[in-house]
Design a protein around this ligand. Sequence first.
Ligand code: SUG
Length: 444
Amino acid sequence: MKHFEANFDGLVGPTHNYAGLSFGNVASLNNAALVSNPKAAAKQGLQKAKALADLGMIQGMLAPQERPDLNTLRRIGFSGSDAQVLQQAAKTAPALLNACCSASSMWTANAATVSPSADTRDGKLHFTPANLVDKLHRSIEPITTGRILTATFNDPHYFHHHNHLPEHNSFGDEGAANHTRLCQEYGHAGVELFVYGQEATNPNAPRPQKYPARQTLEASMAIARLHQLEEDNCVFIQQNPDVIDQGVFHNDVIAVGNQNVLFYHEQAFLNTQAKLDEIRRKLDTELFFIEVPTAKVAINDAVKSYLFNTQIITLPSGEMAIIAPTDCQENPAVYAYLNELLTLNTPIKQVLYFDVKQSMQNGGGPACLRLRVAMNEQEVAAVNQHTLLNDALFARLNTWVDKHYRDRLSTQDLADPQLVIESRTALDELTQIMKLGSVYPFQR
Ligand SMILES: N=C(N)NCCC[C@H](NC(=O)CCC(=O)O)C(=O)O
């Protein structure tokens, strides 16, 4: 049977804005209060996704969330009509209103952790939505994320959906952004790498001093248990706390893997050599560990350019390509490194650049925008086919964006009751286009 690695990209929602909500994410803080362009953001994301589909990759789309999140605003005591709720929140608690309006579900690398059926004891594909407890604006995502994932991967014969982990810092979980899978072929059992920022229940363990470690070892281990993974198929690695303090808020800002390639920065992990040895012991195949030295790319350049927030994909030809943001071309050290990489004897043979600046300005590169799902042919056939990107869906979604999205949005606009109406009208139509059923609170 054939096996593939599909990418499911988050469709950027109509409220995409810059509110500076993510402490520890340098781009989010630096671009706070910039005026956004939701229409351009959604189209940049669609262009990247379509380019991958055109390369012969299986490419899906995941629907965005309902924002403004009026349910949460009501739950915390704002009342009256929708317009009154927004107006009161804007006046007395603008930071809470901003948190309830973020389009952050676009970064589907944080939607869930996914384990393919080749790795799991019951032979099903497992999904656990990330609880995202470290950030208020993201902690309100997992319930709807679970519904969207279930509507997308909607056959219980093949797909096993779990609840998100308990909503407590001990179980801080950011999903696939801190999870990479190495394997020989996608359909063979692989080794799942769980990268965590801190051990919540061990006060003596290393942890960052300045910025939060969003992922805990406890969460990663819980996911491995839920997903029925064997110990021999898992490696738990601690992220270097010093790089978290320099703005590396997820592992996918400092490392990325695909099949037998692990591409990472020299300073990405703690106990790097011991962990690489453990991977070698657990995965009996030729492995390419591509370590980028600080002398060639400083942490600051990696964070600014998102060199490691690239997607490494295996093209139908068997060669690998890197999908990079144009920001990597604009950074001389990083661009030089990527050109050099192509001359090294690794499976990576080309680099393709995409402009995803609307997302980058909130700290989300190409890899943040996608959730990887390794699947066999039967599993691909069992996916809700209306979520898979082809020429028709691409055209339809572009028309949909043109019809419903604004081309400028400031944080002041978030209290505009018209935005609620626009967003709900758009999402209602989208659930029909993608045949998702009633996944949104306003539809239930
Ligand atoms: N690396 C991965 N996988 N994902 C990137 C997530 C970016 C997101 N930014 C934000 O949520 C900013 C929103 C704002 O400030 O308006 C975050 O920090 O959680």
